[in-house]
Design a protein around this ligand. Sequence first.
Ligand SMILES: Nc1ncnc2c1ncn2[C@@H]1O[C@H](COP(=O)(O)OP(=O)(O)O)[C@@H](O)[C@H]1O
Ligand SMILES: [Mg+2]
Length: 403
Amino acid sequence: MKNKGLPWNEQHRPTSLDSLVGNTATINEIRNWISSWIGGQPVRNAALLVGPPGSGKTATVGALSHDYDLELVEFNSSDKRNKNTIETFVWRAATQQTLDGRLRLILLDEVDGLSGTSDRGGVGAISKVIEQTVHPIIMTANDRESPRLKDLLKKCQIFVFNPIDSVDMFDLLERIAKYHNADLSRETIEELAEQADGDLRAAISDLETLVEGKKTREVDVLPVRDVRRGIEGVFRRLFMTTDASAAKRVISELDVDYNQLLLWVEENMHLHLTTPLELDDGFEALSLADLSVGRIMKEQNWRLLAYVYDFLSGGVAGSRKTSPYRRLDYTEPTWPWLVFQGNRRMDKNYTLLSTLARIADISTQRAGRTYVDTITEIVKRNPSQGQRFARWLDVRKDVFEMK
Ligand SMILES: Nc1ncnc2c1ncn2[C@@H]1O[C@H](COP(=O)(O)OP(=O)(O)O)[C@@H](O)[C@H]1O
Ligand SMILES: [Mg+2]
């Protein structure tokens, strides 16, 4: 029995890294970092976990201390955490050995929330502790751009946490609901997962409110979160994940107008794809998605929708390699509709390349190369797609044969 009586978020706090959902790659990198400490050759003295609330940063640290048998010492933001406490308490924890010789894991939670007049001193004091520590230090923060973090960023290995995607969230919520014998429909759980917008803490707490409310007052309403729905929501969630199959589910589960979605992508993807390379890749995948939609319209072959999903998920959203996910306000599309309509008529290999080249502002050689790369990537994940891609794109099969 898990700590009955505690809020559900606490009852279901993951005890081991394996029970965390989402951010798998990041969590594995953190394993490597801690292993370097255990091996006696730390890569970096300190780590900074950055990501939105409810993505599992704090939960990861707890699970890490459990899995690697580390003594966890936590200084959270509600403690008075000024220069003085850092210099005495954190310093002591960081520079003294544990009684039993185990490693100690020091957690400074929510360091971007360091507040008050002693801010600067606080950061300076932390920096000093990081240099001298004999134990691994982990800090967490919501906002990587926070000026308070500026000096700390250089001293830490950074691990980026993305919001939890609604598919992972659904699975977890369903498990928790079952554990509490709650009789909720699939739709209700989906709704909860969607409303939470990547924040698992919010989702679990909403679930608890709903289930407990039902029990006592027979109410049957979802706690409403202020989320703008429809296409903007799809777009946001598309970029929350870098996992192609999750992104694909986000698009495929939703009933949206694909032309509209493409325009949204066109108008806003630069907000998420912030490096030239990412943007370059994003535009190329978008062109391919656009060609697919054109073809669907022309041939009324809706089976091709699967390709649109591939290009938008693995292609566009998957182009985000280094930029962290950020919650942003989007702009309504302004790109003239006609440009897309025009593109649709051009589906010969060379026009495809020149279209790509024009839209992405790159050479046709480069278009050819990255176009090939995008398809190759998809074909690599799903080899059975190769033939079909060649057929419907009207390209020579060898254009994207595996290199
Ligand atoms: N990845 C996850 N897997 C399972 N539960 C999670 C995950 N992330 C968050 N939770 C749940 O949400 C709660 C809050 O997560 P927390 O780690 O405190 O988020 P934050 O990233 O803001 O520090 C946890 O107690 C746990 O119940
Ligand atoms: Mg936290």
